[in-house]
Structure formats: C-alpha cells, structure tokens
Design a protein around this ligand. Structure first.
Ligand code: ATP
Ligand code: LTN
Length: 326
C-alpha cells in the first residue's frame, strides 16, 4: 500500500477551503493508503507566536481533524513536536540542501520580504518539511499548489542523499488536486479563501455558527447579469458558490445549478448545504473539546506509531552517514 504523508500548521482558523480542498481528501486517502497526518507545530515557530495560542491551536486543530473524519484508528495522526526524530533528521536535511536552493524558495522570499525579524528557522523551514516527509518512506504528499516547490526540493534532497550515501530515502511525489478544488473568498472571488483573512466576511470557518454562515453567504459577491451558470472566468462569484454547493452535496458545480434560477436562492441553498455539512463535524468537535485528555491519549498513541517508522528510517540514515551507532 502506498504511504501518504501530509501536514497542516496550527496557525489561524481552519476554513471551508481547507476542508473541501484538503481534509476531505485526507479522509478518503486513509482508506486507500497507509496515511500519516501531522499537526506541524514546530513549523509554527518560524514566526513570532503566542505560547498560549499555539498550545490551544494545536489541540483544537487535532480535534477538528478528528471531527472532520480523520480516524486515528485508520491512519496515524500525531503532533510533530512529539516525535523528536523530525528535528534530528532536519539537521541532516539542512546539510544536504544547498544555501542557494533554500534561498530560492518563494515562500521564504514572500514571508521574509519587509519583515522586521526573519528567523533562521524561516529560512531552513523546507529542510524540516523534507524530514517530515522522508522519515516515513512517503510515496505521495497531498498538498496545495503553493507547496509544489517544497516537495520538489524534498525530492532533490532525497535523490542527492541517496546518491552520496547509498539508498536511504524513498523519493516522494506531490499529489496536487485539480484547479476545481480551490475554494475562493466570498468577498473577493479572485483570491483563494485563506486562513490569513481570519474572521473576514469572505471566509467560512469550520466552527462558524449557522447564523454567521447565513450572513456570510447572503453578502457573497456575485455579478449583475442575473444568470445562475458555472463559468469561473466570467462569473467567479457565482461559480464559487456553485463549486461550494456542489462539493457540499457531492455533485459537480454544473449539476448543482439545476433548478436554481435566482442568486438569492443559490445563496440560500449553499448556506443550508454548508450548515448541513458542518453540523455533524461541529457536534463531534464540541464533544472532543469537552474531553481534552481523550485527544491527548489519541495523539500519544499516534506519536508512538509514528516513532516506530521514523526511528527506523533515522537509524538507516545515521548508519549510511557514518555516525557511530548509539
Ligand atoms: P494561509 O491562508 O495562511 O496560506 P491556508 O489556509 O492556505 O493558510 P494551509 O495550512 O497552508 O492553509 O493549508 C492546509 C491545506 O489546505 C493545504 O493542503 C492547502 O492546499 C489547502 N487549502 C488552503 N486554502 C484552500 C482553498 N481556498 N481551497 C482549497 N484548498 C485550500
Ligand atoms: N508547509 C506546509 C505544511 C507542511 C507539510 C509538511 C505539508 C509542513 N510539513 C509535510 C506536507 C508534508 C504548508 O505550509 N501548508
């Protein structure tokens, strides 16, 4: 069975784009592959953060993943900081990547430009990400388009390491969903729905209550021609609503338009479908949130499973590198 690995950062609130574009796919993959999913808390340290917020966001993200259908029994779900092999391997990844490769990463350029403090960790971030992936003999990495460059670098690091020190790592592939899997902002349908616009009217958060969801859809930007039709280029706002409605009721965006003639009805139908989609998820989340010790137990089991795989890869890596056995 193919090994799948993906990670999500505990920064900002999880939104409908994350669910429809990534998490739903993670849920499907846990039955089709040997799936390993990680809340990458160490990656959240590359920029200034508030410790209490990080602690709460890490726990809450793990609970949201479980509430979305990620089942710790059917996959491995863990927190990056619980598996020290990641940081040990990351040093070797840093020594295998070149300065020039790390400097060319567009995420580093975007996040460092104009920032008043740029940490060394922001620069070496992709080396830690490579260690996340390579420690698990990963075949496939489901990610968004924005992560393509980091996965390419991971492949280059694995290939270089293997040719210098002998076959050690599996060279992974990125699995990027088709363009249709991009959910756009309800107020600015030319931009993707994003965590960075936390609380904004254009972003539906997974924990929004029904009245907030109704309000946000009611105010969603459409256009002035009045025709309900799927055409992302000419009608980005209406098409985004149709994509969301279609995804929520498991139909294509064109089929979702069937029988809907007015924009008001489209917004209402989409809001209702999203509320129905999120209702069981929110109920499960609130149950889990009431018992943090249970989530802690599940994450500890996940970390144990993860360590078994990661430590075997690390031993292989250490031995091939010429480090004395310990
Ligand atoms: P930020 O807004 O801070 O860039 P993000 O919302 O993109 O964050 P990530 O943690 O980078 O969130 O991404 C988690 C996963 O969700 C990734 O696989 C990403 O491709 C996917 N994703 C994020 N936004 C969308 C969206 N609008 N539509 C579809 N998938 C999305
Ligand atoms: N950099 C990714 C998060 C991430 C990740 C990973 C994704 C960290 N480690 C390993 C896939 C595999 C992001 O910003 N979305």
């Amino acid at each position: 069975m193919a090994r799948v690995f993906s990670g999500i950062k505990p920064t900002g609130s999880v939104h409908l784009g994350n669910l429809l574009g990534a998490l739903r796919n993670w849920v499907v993959m846990q039955d089709e592959a040997d799936a390993v999913y990680c809340v990458v808390d160490l990656h959240a340290l590359t920029v200034r953060h508030d410790p209490a917020e990080l602690r709460a966001a890490t726990l809450s993200l793990a609970q949201l993943l479980i509430a979305s259908g990620i089942d710790p029994e059917r996959c491995t779900l863990f927190v990056q900081g619980h598996v020290p092999e990641h940081t040990e391997c990351a040093w070797v990844m840093e020594c295998t990547a070149s300065f020039g490769e790390l400097r060319r990463m567009t995420q580093f350029k975007d996040k460092s430009e104009g920032a008043d403090f740029v940490s060394g960790g922001l620069f070496t971030y992709p080396a830690l990400q490579a260690s996340d992936i390579l420690l698990y003999d990963t075949d496939q990495v489901p990610v968004g388009e924005d992560q393509r460059q980091h996965i390419e670098l991971t492949r280059d690091i694995a290939t270089r390491f293997n040719s210098r020190y002998g076959d050690t790592f599996v060279v992974p592939e990125a699995v990027i969903p088709p363009a249709g899997a991009r959910i756009m902002d309800l107020q600015h349908p030319e931009n993707k729905m994003s965590k960075s616009d936390d609380g904004a009217q254009g972003t539906i958060l997974l924990l929004d209550d029904p009245s907030a969801i109704h309000k946000k859809f009611k105010r969603a930007v459409t256009d002035s021609d009045g025709e309900v039709r799927f055409d992302p280029t000419l009608k980005p706002g209406v098409s985004n609503l149709l994509s969301i409605l279609g995804a929520a009721i498991d139909r294509g965006p064109e089929a979702a338009a069937d029988g809907i003639e007015r924009y008001g009805d489209l917004k209402e139908a989409t809001a209702e479908a999203v509320i129905d989609l999120l209702r069981p998820l929110q109920a499960r989340y609130h149950e889990l949130a009431a018992d943090p010790a249970e989530t802690g137990r599940l994450l500890a089991l996940g970390a144990e499973k993860a360590r078994t795989v990661a430590s075997a890869t690390l031993d292989r890596m250490r031995s091939n590198l010429g480090l004395l056995p310990r």
